[in-house]
Design a protein. Structure first.
Length: 69
């Protein structure tokens, strides 16, 4: 009886961990897609050819600075 309770509790822990891992991986993939869309829109807006992410970060920083002034 005690072994059955331990087995059931271990199965529940495994199910919870696997569902949590799948949620985390889904959130990461969604965030990557949003970043890719943002980079594409910035590239189109400023007609950038370079693939360096630092250019995008600098442009975003300049735009945020302009908006705060």
């Amino acid at each position: 009886m005690k072994g059955k309770k331990v087995f059931v509790s271990l199965m529940l822990v495994f199910i919870l961990c696997s569902s949590g891992f799948s949620l985390i991986s889904f959130a990461i993939s969604t965030n990557k897609n949003k970043l890719k869309e943002t980079n594409e829109s910035i590239k189109k807006q400023f007609n950038l050819v370079e693939e360096e992410p630092t250019y995008y970060a600098i442009i975003i920083g300049i735009e945020q600075y302009k908006n705060n002034i």
